[in-house]
Design a protein around this ligand. Structure first.
Ligand code: PEP
Ligand code: MG
Length: 556
């Protein structure tokens, strides 16, 4: 049935394709009593599902090759283990459904493995994955985890955690739609990093059936369900037009009267660098180093491993500026070696710089790795700390940088209202500020950035957030230092003009947004940007601020 759903557009462009669900992790079939005459049928269903899953694992192993192939083949063997098959048959004979029998037989086997020492215990996760696959097939629900698909698809999820991202194949994901997550959630950040259109905070998104055709407009936030051929054609035409207009924009970020605002890229590691270079990024404004370590969060990476990863990013911008953020673990990005377990409220807990100051050896290793990575390169390395609350924090970070012998500028992220309000005192310790507007909005409005229902309060157009940006930018101007924005606010082309008007000195964003911001900024003078900023700050709501800025800039 044709219909239009509305969420929050967070990554420009149009994606048209069939939806595939990000499967849920644990499926527990209900325990029902099956009549004896159905036992044979249930046994056959169980066998078919086991065979299909094993064949699928082998096929995917053949495609992947290397180490992955060995793991997938081992999983296929687990699926076909004769003892498991016998246990499943026994359970079906006494009245279990096929799915429940598989579920329980694996649970028994799992308990055996888990108690059998370290090596076997390490296989438990693989075993759970096999069980979930078989049970999902029997229940006719999506496979757990990232969809198995050879065809490009629109990914549908409740929300995406940073750890999910490592498993996505960018060549297959046309776009994202999520039910949860606001404009600053990791789903949104990831979509921008991959340059795919995305809509978040879409109520009921996960109720769309697997295989439904949708058209996702990441600019307007609209998702057309079963769009007609004419609608698809029209959307494609508009998207192509927009793209062609952008292709004409190049060069450094500047207003129409030549005020320079460097446009930098947000990257999560070396894999994001080619897109940044292609988009004409003038450097990196935020290297989220924790993204490199999310897939194995159990141990701190070695100094050598880190050095190699940092060097790859630094080498890509020979004369440019690269701002590296030291590990920002905690809250939505936990790392086991840094994040305390069982915090009652992780977003307000020991995260970011706080965790690093509790583990000085982890911070020192990272800073030494950065110093080594930059050796002999002409790059302008800048290093900053996440979640700086006050001058004491800023001083502790600056001291750690000096002790590590780092020849770089060191700075503080402004993500906590206290840091914006007292930016002047923080600037006595560090050489630059970078506004993390995602967390700054979260803490200003007491609105969890992962909760889609609070998207209104996460809107970076909120005048209270603009006031804090203005306070930090003004303090930096007075101190003769720089103050960039590296939160998602910088990727909204209209807001980028307002931020420039507020005195922000550089803008850093997912690479795909750079052409949009560049072409918008080039349309207006610095004075127009200042007037738009004033009008936005005078408003009482995010919508009011947006409308007021729009009005000033369109000359109405
Ligand atoms: C921010 O909070 O705005 C920011 C840039 O950091 P992250 O999104 O990684 O928390
Ligand atoms: Mg942050």
């Amino acid at each position: 049935m044709q219909k239009t759903l509305r969420g929050v557009g967070v990554s420009h462009g149009v994606a048209i394709g069939q939806v595939r669900h990000m499967g849920t992790a644990v499926l527990e079939p209900t325990a029902t009593q099956i009549p004896a005459e159905e036992a044979e049928r249930e046994r056959a269903r169980a066998q078919q599902a086991v065979d299909a899953v094993a064949a699928d694992l082998i096929a995917r192993g053949n495609l992947a090759g290397g180490e992955a192939q060995a793991v997938l083949e081992a999983q296929a063997l687990m699926a076909q283990d004769p003892e498991l098959a016998a246990d499943v048959a026994r359970r079906i004979a006494v009245g279990s459904s096929a799915e429940r029998a598989v579920y329980d037989a694996f649970a028994a086997y799992r308990a055996l493995l888990a108690s059998a020492g370290e090596y076997l215990a390490g296989r438990v996760a693989d075993l759970d994955d096999v069980r979930n696959r078989i049970v999902a097939r029997l229940m006719g629900v999506p496979m757990p985890g990232v969809p198995d698909s050879d065809e490009p698809y629109v990914l549908l999820a409740r929300d995406l955690a940073p750890a999910d991202t490592a498993l996505l194949d960018p060549a297959l994901v046309l776009g994202f739609v999520t039910e949860e997550g606001g404009p600053t959630s990791h789903s949104a950040i990831l979509a921008r990093a991959m340059g795919v259109p995305a809509v978040v905070a879409l109520p009921g998104a996960t109720e769309l059936a697997e295989g439904t055709t949708v058209a996702v407009d990441g600019s307007s936030g609209e998702v057309l369900v079963e769009p007609s051929a004419e609608q698809q054609q029209e959307l494609r035409r508009v998207a192509a037009e927009r793209k062609a207009a952008l292709a004409g924009s190049s060069g450094p970020g500047r207003t129409s009267d030549g005020h320079l605002v460097p446009l930098l890229a947000n990257v999560g590691g070396p894999a994001d660098v080619p897109a940044a270079v292609a988009a004409g990024a003038e450097g990196v404004g935020l290297f989220r180093t924790e993204f490199l370590f999310l897939d194995d969060s159990a141990k701190a990476p070695s100094e050598d491993t880190q050095t190699a990863a940092y060097r790859q990013v630094l080498e890509a911008f020979p004369e440019g500026r690269v701002v590296v953020r030291v590990l920002d673990a905690g809250a939505d990005k936990p790392l086991d070696f840094l994040t305390p377990a069982d915090e009652p409220n992780p977003a307000l807990g020991v995260r970011g710089l706080r965790a690093l100051l509790d583990h000085p050896e982890v911070l020192a290793t990272q800073l030494r790795a950065l110093a080594r990575a930059a050796e002999g390169l002409p790059v302008h390395l800048e290093v900053m700390a996440p979640m700086v609350a006050d001058r004491t924090d800023a001083r502790a970070f600056a001291d750690a940088c000096r002790e590590a012998g780092l020849h770089a500028k060191f700075g503080a992220m402004v993500e906590i209202p206290s840091a914006a309000l007292r930016a002047r005192s923080i600037l006595a310790e560090v050489e630059f500020l970078s506004l993390g507007t995602n967390d700054l909005a979260q803490y200003t409005f007491a609105a969890d950035r992962q909760v889609g229902a609070l998207a209104r309060l996460q809107d970076p157009w909120q005048p209270a957030l603009l006031d804090l940006v203005a306070a930090a930018a003004e303090a930096a101007r007075a101190a003769g230092k720089s103050c960039g924005v590296c939160g998602e606010a910088a990727s909204d082309p209209l807001l980028a003009c307002v931020l420039t008007g507020l005195g922000v000195t550089s803008l850093s964003m997912g690479s795909a947004s750079i052409p949009y911001v560049r072409s918008m900024l080039a349309k207006f003078t610095l004075d127009q940007c200042r007037r738009a900023a004033e009008a936005a700050r005078a408003a009482d709501s995010a919508e009011g601020a947006r409308a007021a800025a729009q009005q000033v800039l369109s000359g109405e």
